[in-house]
Design a protein around this ligand. Structure first.
Ligand SMILES: Cc1ncc(COP(=O)(O)O)c(C=O)c1O
Length: 425
């Protein structure tokens, strides 16, 4: 059967960004029988024993409680499982001095779905036919944003400025406030903090500035805190979650060890929460209640925040150190390589200035020496202008073993040296 597709059907039946590359990676791994690959591509979190045990304990507690039947044998409220909403409100009010009520919180099946609701509720064509943009203020950013809108022309990303420390081979992206426009045609603003793929953390001041620009036009700002504190707390630098009337603070339990249960959390004004809640009711009624019930226990006991700080964060921070130290030793000092400051998330981001080939070609070269990374060009959704930099970066996952990261970085350094030397020869 080959049914005709609508515009939306056509759009949603294609994979975007990194999902398309993941297919190539999967095929490479399957075809390479006998060849050992060092896979530095995954975004899937590592199963850490303490984290798995926490979820096991919470599950056992649920199974042993009289609540079990109510949780899995009944439909619930679209907004989410009441005890979970209560636990989040109590935790955040205490931790950050807020006055959240249960009307400020929505639970979604993973945070990706939350971006889909918001991108299409606030971005796209209005009832009077105006195009409202979904502004990504700092590109590169999460590749998944490329697939969230039904109206692709609504997505608009801005090129950053680069803060380069040439002697140290380090750099950091910053929003370019001289270019960034938030105005009457902006529907919403969206960015990740800490950022997948770069590990960047926008400063508190940068976030406030973006939120203030948006507040002038009553535009919601979605701050994707999938890696932020208090869970999974994958920030390696100090950062304060920023709340505000036009801010929708978005979280995910995926990197806190629960990606299979699909739990996203939105915290925002009652009116914004109501909009996305209705979207959710229409789409899927509500998120799975089993995951929500075990999350309630992990959050209310304080265990999730605790394990995030004492286990999850140090685990990945140490992996970043391994990337950094190995590149420091193995990469030629005279080549223009720049590692993005490792401020959080579970990736390292490497920029190779004036790379004599594309990032995709470099990815292919690395496959030949048994190393798989993700070409960086898939992380610029919505960035319309030509920019050579888009083809000069790679994303390196921090989910591999120390040894694999070390060997992978050594091989990478060798390939990079060869690639640049061909041009200078
Ligand atoms: C920055 C960012 N946002 C959102 C997501 C989606 O997470 P989930 O839908 O599992 O909550 C991811 C997943 O990797 C991510 O890296």
């Amino acid at each position: 059967m080959n049914p005709a597709l609508t515009q939306f059907g056509d759009r949603m039946s294609h994979l975007t960004g990194v999902r398309a590359i993941m297919k190539d990676i999967k095929e490479t791994l399957q075809a390479g029988a006998g060849q050992e690959f060092i896979n530095l591509s995954p975004g899937n979190p590592v199963i850490l024993p303490e984290v798995e045990q926490l979820w096991r304990d919470c599950t056992k507690e649920l199974l042993d409680s009289s609540e079990y039947g109510k949780v899995v044998c009944r439909y619930g409220d679209s907004q989410g499982y009441e005890p979970l909403i209560e636990a989040i409100a109590t935790d955040f009010n205490r931790r950050y001095g807020l006055n959240l009520t249960n009307r400020n919180i929505l639970i979604t099946p993973g945070s990706q779905s939350l971006y889909f609701y918001a991108a299409n509720a606030f971005g796209g064509y209005t009832t009077t036919g105006e195009l409202k943009q979904i502004v990504l203020p700092l590109s590169p950013d999460y590749t998944g944003y490329g697939g969230v809108t039904l109206v692709p022309q609504a997505l608009l990303a801005y090129k950053p400025t680069l803060d380069i420390d040439a002697a140290a081979h380090r750099f950091k992206y910053r929003p370019d406030f001289s270019q960034l426009e938030v105005n009457e045609s902006t529907g919403c603003v969206l960015f990740s903090r800490p950022c997948n793929p770069t590990g960047n953390v926008l400063t508190d001041e940068e976030v406030r500035k973006i939120a203030d620009l948006a507040a002038n036009y009553d535009v919601p700002v979605l701050i994707d805190s999938a890696y932020g504190p208090p869970f999974p707390a994958l920030n390696f630098t100090e950062m304060t979650p920023i709340f505000g009337d036009n801010i929708i603070h978005c979280m995910s339990l995926s990197k806190a060890g629960l990606p299979g249960e699909r739990i996203g959390i939105a915290i925002g004004s009652e009116s914004a929460i109501q909009v996305v809640e209705s979207f959710q009711t229409n789409m899927c009624i509500h998120s799975s209640r089993y995951g929500q019930a075990i999350a309630t226990r992990a959050i209310a006991s304080g265990m999730l925040a605790n394990i995030s700080e004492t286990v999850i964060r140090p685990y990945y921070q140490k992996k970043f150190d391994v990337v950094e130290n190995t590149l420091e030793q193995a990469m030629p000092k005279d080549l223009p390589w720049f590692l993005h400051r490792g401020e959080g998330a579970i990736f390292a981001w490497l920029w190779l200035e004036n790379l004599p080939m594309t990032d995709w070609e470099l990815y292919q070269q690395l496959k030949k020496v048994g190393v798989i990374v993700v070409p960086g060009s898939s992380f610029f959704p919505g960035l319309r202008e030509d920019w050579q930099h888009k083809n000069e970066c790679i994303r390196i996952s921090l989910t591999a073993t120390d040894e694999d990261i070390e060997v992978g970085m050594q091989r990478l350094a060798k390939v990079v040296q060869e690639v640049y030397s061909v041009v200078s020869a």
